[in-house]
Ligand binder design. Structure first.
Ligand SMILES: [Zn+2]
Length: 117
């Protein structure tokens, strides 16, 4: 049910229930009409959503391919190595000695994260 808002699902369920009630009341033609209408609407919506999604996907693919073909012309800054401050949990540079957020001295990482007693 992706792409369905809660309201749409609610309306869909209400119309189905209404149609079933109509059928139980003896008015079969109206009930069947209601169900057929909602089924048609559902199929239509599903097809439209899928088509839009496909369109978007192909657009993303095209942009990605163009970027690949251009050979990463954009230099872009290399992502800095980061780590989490053990005291204030802020993201800081891996090479930092003192946390820029809480100002505490950071333990030097040597592979193990065991805390000294
Ligand atoms: Zn900190």
């Amino acid at each position: 049910m992706s792409g369905w808002t809660a309201r749409e699902v609610g309306i869909f369920a209400l119309v189905i229930i209404f149609s079933i009630i109509l059928m139980f009341e003896g008015d079969y033609s109206n009930g069947i009409f209601g169900i057929l209408f909602m089924l048609g609407f559902w199929v239509f919506k599903t097809v439209v959503i899928r088509r839009q999604k496909n369109k978007r996907d192909t657009e993303i693919n095209r942009i990605t391919r163009q970027t690949l073909r251009s050979g990463y012309s954009e230099p872009g800054p290399k992502l800095p190595e980061i780590k989490e401050c053990p005291f204030c949990a802020e993201i800081i540079k891996a090479k930092a000695i003192v946390c820029r957020y809480c100002g505490r001295e950071l333990p030097v990482e040597e592979g193990s994260s065991s805390t000294p007693k």
